[in-house]
Design a protein around this ligand. Structure first.
Ligand code: GDP
Ligand code: IMO
Ligand code: MG
Length: 427
């Protein structure tokens, strides 16, 4: 089974970095297929903690080739500083491959992200301000700049001119900002060309050849299912497809090659930025989840909104991704509650609803219907097998599995690589 997808089953920050790193030692390639440095993936190896934004978490496993696929948006300055930060800590990054078709987050895309958010005022999305949406918008509008354009100055200049034509009108006339000079942008981008050159490759060819040779390829999603531009809580979403299909388009690998799709699922729920979140807590339980779970954004430093587990969301993630497995993370954070509420359905306008409503208006006023599950007080962080868990923790996992529609094949009981209970092998 050569190709696996690992993705977020909720609103991001489920622990994808840890899960990817755990598998990194046994796979040949780890590929990011969408998103950009809006992601913040934490990996803890021994006493070392790494925060990765653009680089695939496999970069920390020496045998593994990290790949940035065509579906990713790349901010070259962020990429280079992430690489040099890792090099300073002794991590070898020389195997990295970057698709020449990946789009570049230009300085004007970052500016547009920030000014449009400011302009939206109370209705803002709460983006990470990294230029993600405007860069994907340029890609779809066919005025985007790709990594390969850095190697043809004339083409690059023409493309930046075309992109800035309309944007400068908007910046100066609508947003009251200064126009951005073409030469300045072109000069900055050309300055990255030589530094990135050793990594640029035809990643589609590399990955398909690897799969033909039975190498193991792991696709690492950024963000999560409910942040997907098509399947998430639009418009409070990111601008790419973190769902499983995104791995095919974002890496150029056919769906017939993918044998396993693993959903990373937090034992409770968090969300960053604006948008509906039925199980959100505004009381001391929410505060406790935030404190115990360390729920603060890796990228923006914002506090994450916290709430109880939502099985409706998990079922939805199983469906739209065709999940074969779940990796349940942060079960340890729930230690100490006498009873743990789990959302099993919603109440919408007085009616019980079992599945995620397709209507955004309905979802906005969905109220959670809770079932209470008995908690546990024993420390579970040293548990190595399912049977090491207290009976109530076992029952909590089993209940979540039943409600969510796919087997829970691993359980996280702490941030470290070895703080994981493996139930079914992923490889
Ligand atoms: P990602 O964006 O999905 O990679 O997740 P983040 O790294 O943004 O957030 C997950 C946080 O939870 C990180 O601080 C991880 O180190 C931490 N973490 C991951 N798995 C576990 C777990 O099983 N237990 C605990 N306590 N922390 C975990
Ligand atoms: P990882 O990979 C959680 C959220 C932002 C905002 C919305 C749109 O660490 O799970 P964007 O900058 O993408 O246009 O912002 O998406 N968001 C994330 N939330 N984890 C992430 O990544 C996120 N990446 C984007 O907070 O609500
Ligand atoms: Mg994160």
């Amino acid at each position: 089974m050569p190709a696996l997808v690992l993705l977020g089953a909720q609103w991001g920050d489920e622990g994808k970095g840890k899960a990817t790193d755990l598998l990194g030692g046994s796979v040949d390639y780890v590929v990011r297929y969408q998103g950009g440095n809006n992601a913040g993936h934490t990996v803890v190896v021994g006493d070392q903690k790494y925060a990765l934004h653009l680089l695939p978490s496999g970069i920390l496993s020496p045998g593994c080739t990290p790949v940035i696929g065509n579906g990713v948006v790349v901010d070259p300055s962020v990429l280079l500083s992430e690489l040099s930060g890792l090099n300073e800590r002794g991590v070898d990054t020389s195997k990295l491959l970057i698709s020449g078709n990946a789009h570049i987050i230009t300085p004007y895309n970052v500016t547009v992200d920030k000014v449009t958010e400011r302009f939206l005022g109370k209705r803002k999305i709460g983006t990470t301000g990294r230029g993600i949406g405007p860069t994907y918008a340029d890609k779809i509008n066919r005025v985007g700049i790709r990594v390969q354009d850095l190697y043809d100055e004339s083409i690059l200049t023409q493309k930046v001119e075309a992109a800035l034509d309309a944007k400068n009108q908007m910046l100066t006339k609508l947003y009251n900002r200064r126009a951005i000079a073409v030469e300045q942008v072109v000069g900055e981008l050309l300055g990255y060309a030589d530094k990135l050159a050793p990594y640029v490759a035809d990643t589609v060819l590399v990955l398909n050849e690897a799969l033909e040779q039975d190498k193991v390829v792991l696709f690492e999603g950024g963000q999560g299912t409910l942040l997907d531009i098509d399947h998430g809580t639009y418009p409070f979403v990111t601008s790419s497809n973190p769902t499983a299909g995104g791995a095919c388009t974002g890496a150029g690998v056919g769906p017939t090659k993918i044998s396993r799709v693993i959903g990373i699922l937090k034992a409770y729920t968090t969300r960053v930025g604006a948008g509906p979140f039925p199980t959100e807590l505004f009381d001391e339980d929410g505060e406790a989840l935030r404190r115990i779970g360390g729920e603060r954004g890796v990228t923006t430093g914002r506090d994450r909104r916290c709430g109880w587990f939502d099985a409706v969301i998990a079922r939805y993630a199983t469906r739209v991704n065709g999940l074969t497995d779940f990796f349940l993370t942060k079960l340890d954070v729930l230690t100490g509650w006498e009873q743990i509420p789990v959302c099993v359905a919603y109440e919408i306008d007085g009616k019980r609803v079992e599945e995620l409503p397709y209507s955004q208006s309905d979802f906005h006023h969905a109220k959670p219907v809770y079932e209470m599950l008995p908690g546990w007080s024993e420390d579970i962080s040293k548990a190595k097998s399912f049977s090491d868990l207290p009976k109530n923790a076992q029952a909590y996992v089993k209940a979540l599995e039943e409600m969510s529609g796919a087997p829970i094949s691993a359980i996280g009981v702490g941030p470290g690589r070895d703080e994981t209970i493996e139930i079914n092998s992923f490889l």
